[in-house]
Ligand binder design. Structure first.
Ligand code: AMP
Length: 399
């Protein structure tokens, strides 16, 4: 059984074709620069690569190209789209409307589009892609949507409410939703399995650290709190996002710069974080290198990131009245031994001890890095959001 996983943005359409017999990737790629000009990058598991400029005025043309490249020419991996059992789509914002993955209907697409006010960059693009997909992929191929927010729908009100007037929650739906839920769900379940325990018996702090970062408290398999909020801007500092800032500083800065709300949002989402603080860039590797070379602002970024991770570990250990395991995932969490080492140092009070030598050798693989006498187990757990989307899709169409 073959499942196509789609991750659509406003100008891109990333995809993976997954063979569910062994959960292997048959081909993957990206239709990029939709609405600008168009570019396709396609890779098959047997090493064939396609890189070509295309014409993608809308998501529909991108889907047409996707079908073409999968079924014909140099990048061909299947004879026809009839070989695909279903399509699974990643959706960023499901708000409190969706607490699990669902089969796509016209009403579901409408609902996703209606939620666009809560995720202006993403949800409308998802709705466009869903409609385009429906018009290009054969009608008998079921489609499923998997929401980044769904895993966090188990948070209690005390964790998801803000201290704003209650009407803003009732009328404007302003609350913490949390994001990266697909990743946190995947890695926390994978960790329970690796530890040989039932997720129900574990208190896990899941640190997804990448270009976007969020940390989640997972108690008995359920998200009980997370660092991202109403949008993916809250929490720890990120590549270009500020993370948590005193709201009064936001209104003060907007006023001083003469920014509209949209301009201020852009400032905090695209010009802040590692990039804005260091003036170097948003990539953690560049920051680490500059810090090693003595750049004080880059060092400050490293110190802030470490400090914030440690603070949230402390906060979530308190929230769950304990922690059995901490996991690191995402581009930084899986690959940067430096960030993991810094985040796990000076944490003796929590009983966190890692094997520093072992930690240095681990990149992108499932591995326990804590010492045998560490009270809290510490693990590196590679994430695989596409696979979780494919698994959810398979589960729904098998029902
Ligand atoms: P993601 O958004 O999950 O793809 O993660 C991207 C981030 O991971 C970027 O900031 C990269 O610099 C960072 N990253 C990837 N590999 C490494 C590495 N070997 N060491 C440090 N950071 C890394």
């Amino acid at each position: 059984m073959i499942i196509l996983v789609v991750n659509a943005g406003s100008s891109s359409l990333k995809y993976q074709l997954i063979n569910m017999e062994d959960e292997s990737v048959i081909a993957k790629g990206n239709c990029d620069r939709i609405g600008i000009d168009g570019h396709l990058a396609h890779k098959t598991s047997d090493g064939r690569k396609i890189d070509e400029d295309c014409n993608f005025p809308t998501h529909t043309e991108a889907f047409m190209k996707l079908v073409e490249v999968l079924t014909s020419g140099e990048g061909k991996v299947i004879d026809s789209m009839d070989e695909i059992s279903a399509v699974g789509h990643r959706i960023v914002q499901g708000a409190d409307v969706f607490d699990k993955s669902v089969l796509v209907t016209d009403e579901i697409i409408e609902k996703i589009d209606e939620l666009r006010e809560l995720a202006p960059v993403h949800n409308h693009a998802h709705a466009l892609a869903l409609r385009a997909c429906k018009s290009v992929i054969p009608a008998n191929v079921p489609q499923v949507v998997v929401f980044d927010t769904a895993f966090h729908q188990t948070m209690p009100p005390k964790a998801f409410m803000f201290g704003l007037p209650y009407e803003d929650y009732e009328n404007l739906h302003v609350r913490k939703y949390g994001f990266h839920g697909t990743s946190h769900r995947f890695v926390s379940a994978a960790l329970a399995e690796a530890m040989g325990k039932d997720a129900k018996d574990l208190k896990i702090i899941s640190c997804h650290l990448g270009n976007g970062s969020s940390i989640t408290a997972v108690n008995a398999g359920k998200s009980v709190d997370t660092t991202m909020g109403f949008t993916p801007l809250d929490g720890v500092i990120m590549g270009t996002r500020s993370g948590a800032v005193d709201p009064s500083a936001v209104t003060f800065v907007a006023d001083k710069h003469g920014f509209t709300p949209a301009q201020m949002s852009d400032y905090m989402n695209k010009k802040s974080g590692f990039l804005g603080l260091s003036g170097i860039g948003s990539d953690n590797r560049d920051i680490q290198e500059a810090a090693l070379n003595g750049n004080a602002k880059a060092q400050l970024v490293c110190d802030m990131l470490t400090y914030e991770i440690q603070k949230y570990i402390g906060a979530f250990a308190a929230a769950m009245n304990g922690v059995d395991a901490i996991l690191f995932t995402g581009g930084i969490g899986e690959n940067s031994w430096e960030v993991r080492e810094a985040a796990c140092s000076n944490m003796e009070y929590f009983g966190i001890k890692i094997d520093y030598a072992l930690n240095k050798t681990i990149r992108g693989k499932l591995q326990k890095i804590s010492t045998p006498d560490s009270k809290v187990e510490v693990w590196v757990v590679p994430t695989n959001e596409e696979l979780l989307i494919a698994r959810d899709t398979l589960a729904l169409i098998s029902k």
